[in-house]
Design a protein around this ligand. Structure first.
Ligand SMILES: [Zn+2]
Length: 268
């Protein structure tokens, strides 16, 4: 797989919003995800990468089989990932437990929408990821009300307003799912695309870009916080080409914790 080496931006301190990140901040207290200021936890750039705990990587059979036993296989089969861990640049199937804990959205509808976003040909699938529903997976994407999201995100602060990725858990704020964000400039469906791709982007190891959408650019990066403020760019949840390359490079771990200090590419 083609590898692109992005510059590693060294930061002395990272906010709790980097890596395992609360997605954007409240509009009043602080713009958590937009705010590069350190929060209660700080990680030095020289800190060793937190080792991935476990990898439950069960090799699964290829989706197609050949009856010609003499045909050599040059590609490796996909690897099913069901728990936090590390991965290489093989094609990956990320198994997710997808559920809704709010009464107005069924788990079936939530899972269907989320999977459709995640497996869209324009999304992270271009980076070699496939996402599958699996009720027994340790990797969980849950739609919940603010207090529940707050509890799931600790020690990250989500203020009852925003969403996060925290280790094996992605917790999406149901109010954002229902109505988008105050400054969002498109449809609620487009906001859901952003919400899912952004937070699951964190789950597959992507942090916020090191720089914000440059002046004059027209489209935000999917991994850019967009709930609190859109800068000068249009809201967007579809990964940009350089984000696809970034994810293709497998820069990180699956389900990183708040201490994750992986690379953060700048806007090209
Ligand atoms: Zn984020």
């Amino acid at each position: 797989m083609k590898r692109i080496v992005f510059p590693l931006v060294v930061v002395a301190l990272v906010s709790g919003c980097a890596g395992a990140a609360p997605n954007d901040g409240p509009t009043t207290t602080r713009l958590a995800a937009d705010d590069p200021a350190p929060s209660t936890t700080s990680v030095t750039a020289t800190s060793p990468r937190a080792p991935a705990t476990t990898v439950t990587a069960t090799t699964v059979a290829p989706s197609t089989t050949t009856t010609a036993a003499s045909v050599p296989t040059t590609t490796q089969p996909p690897v099913a990932v069901t728990a936090p861990g590390t991965y290489d640049d093989q094609e990956l199937v990320i198994h997710l437990q997808l559920r809704s804990e709010v009464p107005d959205v069924t788990s079936h509808d939530f899972a269907s929408t989320a999977l459709s976003i995640l497996n869209d040909p324009a999304g992270w699938s271009q980076s070699g990821f496939t996402f599958a529903a699996n009720e027994s997976s340790d990797l969980v994407v849950v739609l919940a009300d603010g207090p529940r999201v707050d509890a799931l995100c600790l020690p990250l602060e989500t203020f009852g307003k925003v969403s996060c990725q925290n280790g094996a858990v992605v917790a999406l704020n149901a109010d954002r799912w229902r109505g988008g964000a105050r400054d969002w400039d498109s449809t609620v469906e487009a906001y859901r695309v952003y919400l899912v791709n952004h937070e699951v982007g964190h789950l597959i190891g992507l942090r916020h870009p090191a720089s914000r959408c440059p002046e004059g650019a027209r489209t935000s990066a999917a991994m850019e916080p967009q709930t609190g403020i859109l800068q000068s760019c249009a809201g967007n949840g579809v990964p940009l080409p350089w984000e696809i390359e970034w994810a293709s490079n497998r820069p990180a771990v699956v389900g990183p914790g708040p201490e994750w200090d992986g690379p953060r590419p700048s806007w090209p």
